[in-house]
Each structure stands twice: as structure tokens, then as C-alpha cells.
Design a protein around this ligand. Structure first.
Ligand code: PLP
Length: 395
């Protein structure tokens, strides 16, 4: 019998990837499933970025790269942080990793000691809790709801802090709720942290460009008193349609960046060379070059909300960014639909898969048991058909 480690046995399987696997299985059986479960843009990587990768292959970028990334890429990241976020990082504060996911994993491994608590405003991205637990940390969930636009209030933050609190982690725009913290809201959280100078903040900004407001994007590190205790995480997967290229990065206090570099040196030896060269081009070009994708997500966001408003039992929030909606579907709990009793969000998500042939993700995976997540990284025709099917299945 295989004797696996407790570490991996105690880990949850990524719910989004599990749903994707189930979708593939059902499709292989010939079922016409519409997939609204994956957090992946349905666009191709733009040609100007692909050309840069092809050039890098011809230029023989085939050797190991510096562990923390090519200097030219780190310079492009510094320029991007200045241009888009008014953040002023230096070369030793930047580390390039194999996706934002590895960047987050590195941060957990270099900062968390067993028993350290990490505050996670719920709903949170599916992998945070397990990344924290793998490092021996304890996720401390702070429940939010539509009433606060799925955002943690300063009072909730204050109440969640204990002598063991090491960090708070959040994404803005948020996966799965699509909510954005405004500058004022971040300042109010930072004001709480003023009284707790040893707590770090991990600000996951991977959906930064997918923002439908006029107000732009706010970063915790923009506040001078927070710069030296914030790890800003970003990457190219979402706004540049580059999920498979696997490039993410951090801007962080130098000691933390150095520790991530040390860890990465023993684990991956650095991110893929060709992808790094392509990302230099992606970041050096102005974000306006990918705006056509953001505009399309905006149209789809409006379409999804209009259609869902017409489905009984769905209570919807208006997400301001990313490409997800996160409706509260608890009105169905305790009801029997087509012979299936719905006790929780997982039952409901599985019901939709079986009876509407639409793949979604249960809110349980994101620490919110009352909601499900629908991704609108799908064509307008697919979205329209999916919600028509959902309405028919629950009516
Ligand atoms: N952070 C959030 C909030 C995400 O939604 C994702 C991907 O779904 C990631 C990080 C990971 O991104 P990457 O593809 O760069 O590893």
C-alpha cells in the first residue's frame, strides 16, 4: 500500500480543477456540458506576446535563468509597478515565479511558522487555505456577505486579530466575488493594522486590469506606512490570457524577496525562460493593448447579471472586476428539485451539472457555503444558453 505523507493526505483537492475534470469526464460520455467553472480567459494570448516568445526560441534562450528571473523582466516589472500602481520597487525586491500560485506558495513557506494564523476574508481564492495549511499555518476565516459587497470591514479585521496573527491575505479584484477594495476601504484596514505592526499583508492583484470601474486599481502597498509590510502578488495569467505560460511575480520587502529566491533555488531553479522573455514584452507594452478583452468581460458581466436577475432563488451582487459572479443560492437549501434534495451549495452545483449540464463551482471551496461561482470567461452565446438551462432546471 502507498504510504503517502499526512501533509498531502490532509490537503483538499482544488475544487475548480476537480470540477474541470468532472466536466471533461461527462463530455467524454457525450454530454453537452457548458463549462462556467474555470478561472481562465477564453481568449488566445495576443500575437505581439506570442511573437516575442518565438523570437526568444530563435535567440536560444534555452539555459537556466537567474532563479528570481531575468534582470530585463524584473526591470519590466518595476516599470509596470511604477506605471500602473505608483509603487516603487527595486531589483532585489522582485521575484519571478512559476505563476502567481507559486509566488503565494513561496510567501507562505518563507513567512509562516507552525501555529501562525492567517486571516482570510471569505470568500477567498480556492488555494489560499491549503497553501497556508501546507506551511503549518492556521487559516482564520472572516465571513463577509453581499451586505458588505463581500468585503471585510475594519471591525471584522480587528476582531479576528490575535497574538498569533501573522498575515492577512486577500485578492482585489476578488476571485470568486469580483469585489474590489477601494483606496478608502484599504486605508481603513491599514488603520487597524497601525496598531498591530507585526502583521503582514499579502495583496493578490492578479485581476488588477479586469476592473470595470472608473476609479482604477488600489494597492495596499501604495500607503507609505504599509509598503514595508505588504507583499504585492501579480502575474500575467488573467489579463493577458497567459494561464499556461505560468509567470507570476511579487514585489516585497527585500528580506522576504531574498527568502523566496532562496526557496525557489531549491525547488524550481526559476521560471520558464521563453515565457519570461515573452512577459517582458507583455509588461512593457501599455495595458491598453489588452483592453479589448476587458471590454468584452464587462459586456458579459452585464449580460450575466441581467439573465440571472430573472432566475428565481438567485440573489446577485454586482461584481466590479475579475470574471466571476457569486450569487447566493441558499434559497434552494431544504428544497427538492427534480427528485434531488438540495442541502448545500455543493448539492446545488452538482444538481446544475446533472440537470442543466452547466459546470459551476460550489461556494464551499471559497469558504462561503451559501453561494456558487459562475465564471463568465465563456462566449455570450454559451452564457445565454447556460443561464437559460439553469432557469429551466430550477423553475
Ligand atoms: N490568485 C488568484 C486570486 C487567482 O484566481 C489565481 C488563478 O486562478 C491565481 C492567484 C493563480 O494565478 P497563476 O495562474 O498566475 O498561478
Amino acid at each position: 500500500m502507498t504510504r503517502l505523507s499526512d501533509r498531502v493526505l490532509n490537503m483538499a483537492t482544488s475544487a475548480t480543477l476537480a470540477m474541470a475534470a468532472k466536466t471533461r469526464e461527462l463530455r467524454a460520455e457525450g454530454k453537452d456540458i457548458i463549462g462556467l467553472s474555470l478561472g481562465e480567459p477564453d481568449f488566445n494570448t495576443p500575437d505581439y506576446i506570442k511573437e516575442a516568445a518565438i523570437q526568444a526560441i530563435h535567440d536560444n534562450y534555452n539555459s537556466y535563468t537567474p532563479v528570481d528571473g531575468y534582470v530585463e523582466l524584473k526591470e519590466a516589472i518595476i516599470t509596470k509597478f511604477k506605471r500602473d500602481n505608483n509603487l516603487h520597487y527595486t531589483l532585489p525586491q522582485i521575484v519571478v515565479s512559476t505563476g502567481a500560485k507559486q509566488a503565494l506558495y513561496n510567501v507562505a513557506q518563507v513567512l509562516i511558522n507552525p501555529g501562525d494564523e492567517v486571516i482570510l476574508p471569505c470568500p477567498y481564492w480556492v488555494s489560499y487555505a491549503d497553501i497556508v495549511k501546507l506551511a503549518g499555518g492556521i487559516p482564520v476565516e472572516v465571513q463577509t456577505s453581499i451586505a458588505t459587497d463581500f468585503k471585510m470591514t475594519p471591525q471584522q479585521l480587528e476582531a479576528a486579530i490575535t497574538p498569533n496573527t501573522k498575515m492577512i491575505w486577500y485578492s482585489s479584484p476578488c476571485n470568486p466575488s469580483g469585489s474590489l477594495y477601494s483606496k478608502e476601504e484599504l486605508r481603513a484596514l491599514a488603520d487597524v493594522l497601525k496598531h498591530h505592526p507585526d502583521i503582514y499583508v499579502v495583496s493578490d492583484e492578479i485581476y488588477e486590469h479586469i476592473n470595470f470601474t472608473e476609479n482604477g486599481h488600489a494597492s495596499m502597498a501604495q500607503f507609505p506606512d504599509m509598503f514595508n509590510r505588504t507583499i504585492t502578488v501579480n502575474g500575467v495569467s488573467k489579463a493577458f490570457a497567459m494561464t499556461g505560460w505560468r509567470i507570476g511575480y511579487i514585489g516585497a520587502p527585500e528580506s522576504i524577496a531574498r527568502a523566496c529566491n532562496k526557496l525557489q533555488g531549491q525547488v524550481t531553479s526559476g521560471a520558464n525562460s521563453i515565457a519570461q522573455r515573452a512577459v517582458i514584452t507583455a509588461l512593457n507594452e501599455p495595458p491598453s493593448r489588452v483592453k479589448f478583452m476587458i471590454d468584452e468581460f464587462h459586456i458579459r458581466r452585464d449580460l450575466v447579471l441581467t439573465l440571472l436577475d430573472d432566475v428565481p432563488g438567485f440573489v446577485n451582487n454586482t461584481p466590479e472586476g475579475a470574471f466571476y459572479v457569486f450569487p447566493n443560492i441558499s434559497a434552494f437549501f431544504g428544497k427538492t428539485l427534480k427528485g434531488t434534495t438540495i442541502n448545500n451549495a455543493t448539492d446545488f452545483s452538482l444538481f446544475l451539472l446533472e440537470h442543466a449540464l452547466v459546470a459551476t463551482v460550489t461556494g464551499d471551496a471559497f469558504g462561503d457555503p451559501n453561494c456558487i461561482r459562475l465564471s463568465y470567461a465563456a462566449s455570450q452565446a454559451q452564457i445565454t444558453e447556460a443561464i437559460k438551462r439553469i432557469k429551466a432546471a430550477v423553475s
